[in-house]
Design a protein around this ligand. Sequence first.
Ligand code: IMP
Length: 194
Amino acid sequence: MKLVFATNNKHKLDEVRKITAQHGIEIVSLADIHCQDEIPETANTLEGNALQKARYIQNKFGLDCFADDTGLEVEALNNAPGVYSARYAGNSHDSEANMQKLLHEMEGKNNRKARFRTVIALLIKDKQYYFEGIVNGAIATKKRGVNGFGYDPVFIPEGYDETFAELGDAVKNQISHRAKAVEQLDQFLASLNL
Ligand code: IMP
């Protein structure tokens, strides 16, 4: 079975391909289908953005597709940056600036609880499905580690002392928000017996 994953983020593609390969599901990226469009993400929920991206691809290319949207929800910041995680420090989608802003906002805060939440929207023919994955954790007081991407150097998953960026991909792929959402997607696709 072949499905478009509406992303060009290599880290995400690797994470997802490792999980879905076990069931013979082939994931193709936007680059693979020669899509260079800036796909709009203008909804104000993770669900809305994921669906918007998947629908754009299905409408334009007529291919079954899924898309994800992820937010970092920080308890002491009323669940910010949430759906605005990519643009937290401005429109340039700059991870370094986003982390600096987050660390600044968290200065002096004792409650450092946070979670990553991923929503996947899947469109197969005329049906739509959602899958969600959550990993609880805490915001570090400074950046640590070099692996991964985005907010990984400042997120410490529950049950660990290291950040995602210190733990590396092998551990992250076992416990991450996206891994949990993709596992559900994978189980669902396997159950369809396509
Ligand atoms: P997106 O919606 O998945 O593109 O991500 C929204 C924001 O969350 C971006 O700033 C990403 O860098 C960040 N993000 C998404 N997934 C992860 C992750 O697994 N680790 C760290 N940051 C992430």
